[in-house]
Ligand binder design. Structure first.
Ligand code: BMA
Length: 306
């Protein structure tokens, strides 16, 4: 089982005429809503600060983009950029999770990143273009790759996040407070020579199926090669891993995945399901945006039997 690249790839490129997105566009969150794909992508330009741009498409392949970003740094907590957006609709409201990277370190102890820190941020919108920051899932730690489940679980909002080396579950009543007492680890890197033996993280919004939450995830090995895999979690208790097939379903092969701003990277924040097809949008080499697909049936089959 592996994802099939779309023949038109890459489907979205940097704009050499635009200062804020002339170098790299990558790692988009994509929401399918009322017959259109809505893409929120990470963009870097002349100042190397990541902003979130917006584009819309009827087919996931041909895109029209806004000239200005929809989200830019606001203060010291995100002055170095907004990264890796993931977007979901819950009960008619849109939510975005993204990594806020700033010069200001929030929390106690030492800064988590050179010259500052990161925050796993949550924002909300009612119209997809204007976003209100709600706050981070955790502070003072190296935590990212967070994504919301598309519905409440056991009466609460739920999110996956990564507290190295593991992917964790978190719950919230209001998407603002994420009590430590409700956090629990789910899975981590596999040992030995596996493709996911060094670092693991979540991709797009978990897909609800009758067999469980179907997740695409990413991981890299000692050689820093990013690959995508599949995991199935229990519907009522997502800390319970039902299946974790051993082999990846996607890895860098094209020149623009093997090269780029960072080599050997396929990194996905979006896997919307439209008419039985899973659309996996991903950044190739931290430089351009690609699309690969499979049917939901084959992905479920692989999750169950692979
Ligand atoms: C991760 C994230 C991604 C990026 C990847 C590869 O840590 O920062 O945005 O695509 O590294 O460089």
């Amino acid at each position: 089982m592996r994802l099939q690249r779309h023949p038109v790839n890459p489907v979205f490129l940097p704009d050499p005429a635009s200062g804020w997105q002339c170098y790299n566009v990558f790692n988009p969150g994509v929401l399918y809503h009322k017959g259109l794909f809505h893409m929120f992508y990470r963009a870097q330009g002349l100042d190397w600060v990541s902003r979130i741009g917006y584009a819309v498409s009827p087919d996931g392949v041909h895109w029209n983009a806004l000239r200005q970003p929809v989200l830019s740094p606001q203060d010291g907590t995100d002055s170095r950029g907004l990264e890796d957006p993931r977007v979901v609709e819950i009960d008619g409201v849109f939510f975005m999770t993204y990594t806020a990277y700033g010069r200001q370190f929030t929390g106690s102890g030492e800064p988590t990143h050179a010259g500052g820190g990161i925050l796993p941020m949550v924002a909300r919108s009612e119209n997809l273009l204007e976003w209100e920051r709600l706050g981070p899932i955790a502070v003072g730690e190296d935590n990212k790759d967070h994504v919301l489940f598309p519905r409440k679980i056991n009466g609460r909002f739920a999110a996956l996040h990564r507290r190295r080396p593991n992917v964790w579950l978190a719950y919230s009543e209001d998407l603002r407070a994420w009590p430590e007492s409700l956090m629990a680890p789910i899975y981590g890197p596999r040992k030995d020579n596996w493709w996911d033996n060094t670092s693991v993280g979540s991709n797009g919004v978990p897909i609800e199926t009758e067999h469980g939450w179907l997740l695409l995830n990413h991981a890299y090995d000692q050689k820093n090669v990013y690959r995508l895999g599949v995991i199935l979690l229990d519907l009522d208790d997502p800390t319970r891993v039902i299946r974790r097939p051993k082999e990846p379903v996607f890895w860098p092969e094209e020149l623009w995945e093997l090269r780029g701003d960072v080599p050997n990277v396929v990194f996905s924040c979006a896997n919307p399901v439209v008419n039985g097809t899973v659309y996996v949008f991903y950044g190739g080499g931290d430089h351009v945006i690609g699309l690969a697909t499979c049917t939901l049936d084959e992905l479920i089959d692989y999750a169950l039997h692979g």
